[in-house]
Write a protein that binds this ligand. Structure first.
Ligand SMILES: Nc1ncnc2c1ncn2[C@@H]1O[C@H](COP(=O)(O)OP(=O)(O)OP(=O)(O)O)[C@@H](O)[C@H]1O
Ligand SMILES: [Mg+2]
Length: 344
């Protein structure tokens, strides 16, 4: 019997402000964007990565698949937020088969949840890290978070191929863009509506991974507070071009928070001796569309700041309307692209 390998893969990124879907095709010469789409969600359907209104999400997924013309039923999705913990740990050197057992005992010290309630995964980063030690990336995700997402997707009539970590998906997208130089320490800020995924990497290896409860909604709240506006009024004021109210103060406040988290990561990397500076900062997610974000971050950080265009090195095919980095659509698709790039 001949098994035909599916050539395309679909990433489904369920975000607080919108659900994004991306279908990619692996070609001999690279990766092609086949189709993509987005459907907005009203506020409070998803809060801080947790789904509050299941039915609304199920309907939105159905609607999105239909409108984007994607017929493939198997999808890769991701989780992020408080229920996801990524930590670099040192453990006794051993074979990967043994490590998968030992990781459970190691996790006990590092994961603040009952281990019966989490899914564990790991990746050996460095087998030779001092005497008889190896460095391992420990990944723990609350099982209900993972199961809940998978169930909702199934309810929408799809099959869940894998549940990944959004932060790593964003890193996949960064890697595919082919812009990181050897030895360069790169920070990726994937700025969503409620959550920002912070990653610092060098040569494709994660040095620091953290999800912050901070995103475009924090910026919106800062606008509301500064000008005493309702959410809708603030949105309207923000979307007007030029903006109807002064946004510089709220933007500075938002950038200071983001920048502070980068300072924290750098502090950690310096004290662990892993890196002494961040060479380059890239911004992805819908937050990359916030006007002035690159400039205000650049004022606070020594590194050069720019917007990630994850389609830069991909074949855009006929889906060329996603091609322009300056309309930002592409950077907002970073997680969806990264999910669809999953190799196994
Ligand atoms: N045209 C725009 N102008 C300014 N900001 C924008 C624009 N489009 C999107 N954003 C910002 O991007 C945010 C949404 O980004 P994104 O789609 O990455 O979030 P999400 O994936 O839905 O949320 P999360 O990842 O937090 O669950 C909005 O909250 C808004 O702040
Ligand atoms: Mg998101």
């Amino acid at each position: 019997m001949v098994f035909t390998r599916e050539r395309t893969r679909v990433g489904l990124d369920i975000g607080a402000s919108s659900i994004k879907v991306v279908e990619l095709e692996r070609l001999e010469a690279g990766v092609r964007l086949v189709r993509f789409g987005e459907v907005e969600l009203p506020p409070d359907v998803i809060v801080d990565g947790e789904i509050m209104d299941r039915q609304r999400v199920v309907e939105a997924i159905r609607e999105l698949l239909a409108s984007s013309g994607i017929s493939r039923r198997r999808v890769v999705t991701g989780v992020h937020g408080r229920g996801v913990i990524v930590k670099k740990i040192a453990m006794d050197r051993m074979e990967p088969e043994d490590a998968s057992e030992a990781i459970f005992w190691e996790a006990e010290q590092h994961v603040p949840y009952d281990l019966n309630d989490v899914s564990l995964d790991f990746q050996i980063l460095d087998v030779d890290m001092g005497p008889q030690q190896m460095q391992v990336l420990l990944v723990a995700a609350k099982r209900d978070l993972v199961l809940n997402r998978a169930e909702i997707i199934r309810e929408a009539g799809l099959v869940v191929e894998a549940v990944d970590i959004n932060s790593f998906a964003a890193l996949n997208a960064l890697e595919a863009a082919g812009i990181c130089q050897p030895g360069e320490v790169v920070a990726l800020l994937n700025v969503g509506a409620d959550i920002t995924n912070v990653n610092v990497i060098r040569d494709g290896i994660p040095l620091y991974t953290q999800d912050l409860s901070l995103g475009g909604n924090s910026f919106l709240q800062a606008i509301q507070k500064a000008h005493i506006l309702s959410r809708d009024e603030a949105l309207q004021a923000l979307q007007a071009n030029p903006p109807e109210v002064d946004l510089q103060g709220p933007l500075e406040e938002f950038a200071a928070n983001l920048s502070g988290s980068l300072d924290k990561s750098l502090h950690y990397l310096r004290s662990s001796g892993e890196a002494d500076q961040i060479d380059r900062i890239l911004v992805s997610g819908g937050g990359a569309l916030i006007r002035g974000i690159v400039e205000v971050l650049g004022e606070r950080q020594a590194a050069t700041v720019s917007i990630l265009d994850p389609l830069q090195h991909l074949d855009r095919g006929r889906a060329s309307s996603a091609s322009s980095a300056d309309n930002g659509v592409s950077s907002q698709l970073a997680v969806g692209i990264g999910l669809a790039l999953r190799k196994e």
